[in-house]
Structures are given as C-alpha cells and as structure tokens.
Design a protein around this ligand. Structure first.
Ligand code: ADP
Length: 227
C-alpha cells in the first residue's frame, strides 16, 4: 500500500505553520526514516497519516484513497492498516503481556482461536516468548518496546509507524529494536521511523527524509543523518 503526501500543509489555530507544502511518495515495503530537529513537524506528519489531524491544504493518500475524505467507520478500516509504536510504549499497566496484545486483536474483532495462536507467535517474532505472563512493570524498557511492536504488528498492518521508538532506550536495546523493525520490513511491511539518533539512521542505510521548519529539505535514497 503506497503512501502519498500531495502538497500537504498544516496550520494550527494560532496560525503556526507546522507543515508547509510537503510532498512525497512512499512505495510499498519501503523503510523510511524521518529526521529533523524538535518542532520540525515529524509528529504532525505522522498524526496526519493516522488521520488524527487534518491537513489545512493538500491530500494524504493511502493507495489511491484520500483518507481525510473518509467517514468514521472507513477511517477505522484505514487505521487497521497501520500499526503504531511510540517512545513511551503505551502499554496497559494492569494487563499482562498476553492481554496487552490480545486486547488489540479483540478490538479488531479477531476470534478467540486466532488470539490464542497468534499472540505467542508474534511474541516469538520479537524474541519475548518467555515474558508472556509478565506485567509491564516487570519488563525492561527494551522489552516493553518489543511488546508494543508485537501489538502493532499482530493484526498484520501494511504499515508500521515508529515515532521515536528508541528515545527511552540504551544503545543495546536501541540496536535490538532497530533489528526487529528491519526484520518486520523484510517480512513485507512498510516501516516509517522517526528518530533523533544519528547512529540508528546511519546503520539502517535506507531512505531518509529530512524536515526542517515544516519543509522537506532532503530526501535521500540511502541517507545519512545530515543536519
Ligand atoms: P516534531 O515532532 O518534529 O518535534 P511537531 O510535529 O510535534 O514536531 O510540531 C511541529 C510544530 O507544530 C511545533 O512548533 C509545535 O509547537 C507545533 N504544534 C504541534 N502540535 C500543535 C497543536 N496541537 N497546536 C498548536 N501547535 C502545535
């Protein structure tokens, strides 16, 4: 499923221009990093892709569908095509690892048999099978992020958005999370990553879009972090 930003601008109420005529196409199964200083507009861009914010001008297309023209029910369908991972993990603290992932499957209307078979499977994929009955407070930051990734992929989305997923992690865990995102990409999922971590960008060696003051200032197919 391709993603197209066609001349997208976003002005907030205070007239602040967070994105200014941003255009790009992400092809199916690309791994794209979005970099730029704090306040550049990265989160705004991702929120528009998740249909949490509307563009002031321009269009955001998934395949050939303008997602901002869809009504509520259809938007939910589109959101199921996208899994999201955040810096602060966003796990449910009173549910164990199994239940955190099962909850996302229940919300998508998946039957019990699939939940029972897919949760252990997806935890193996992120190398966390041994923690299935643990609660979030019993996990390290890297383990929490692996649960969040498992939850994001369990409904087989076409696209994974990872917004600063390694922002709270040490270098070893950062490396592991990047390896897992690469593995998911190799299995056929588009990955869009935002990060401030120069080492992460340079080690991935894939496309890098650089944003500054709401504008794309670079778009390199085998990018390095240059600012
Ligand atoms: P980044 O993720 O690159 O740090 P953001 O997309 O969060 O940048 O923010 C881009 C700019 O838009 C910032 O200057 C921020 O203050 C502003 N902004 C973000 N969200 C809002 C909002 N809801 N209302 C007003 N201004 C906002």
């Amino acid at each position: 499923m391709s993603i197209t930003f066609d001349n997208v601008s976003k002005k907030y109420n205070n007239d602040y221009v967070a994105l200014d005529e941003v255009s790009f196409v992400i092809k199916p199964n690309e791994f794209v990093s979005i970099v730029g200083p704090s306040g550049a507009g990265k989160t705004t861009l991702l929120r528009m892709l998740l249909a949490e914010e509307r563009p002031t001008h321009g269009r955001v297309l998934l395949h050939d569908i303008d997602i901002h023209l869809l009504s509520g029910k259809d938007i939910n369908f589109v959101r199921r095509k996208i899994g999201a991972v955040f810096q602060d993990f966003r796990l449910l603290p009173h549910k164990n690892v199994y239940e955190n992932i099962a909850f996302a499957m229940e919300a998508a209307g998946r039957p019990d048999e699939e939940i029972e078979s897919d949760v252990p499977h997806v935890l193996e994929l992120v190398d966390l099978g041994s923690k299935i009955w643990n609660f979030p407070h019993e996990l390290s930051g890297g383990e929490k992020q692996r649960v969040a990734i498992a939850r994001a992929i369990v409904n087989q989305p076409d696209i994974i958005i990872a917004d600063e997923p390694t922002g709270n992690l040490d270098p070893v865990n950062t490396y592991d999370i990047v390896q897992i995102l690469k593995k998911i990409n190799n299995l056929g999922t588009t990955v869009i990553l935002t990060t401030h971590n120069k080492g992460v960008i340079d080690s991935i060696g894939r496309r890098v879009i650089t944003i500054q003051d709401g504008r794309i200032v670079r778009d390199d197919m085998t990018g390095k972090y240059i600012l």
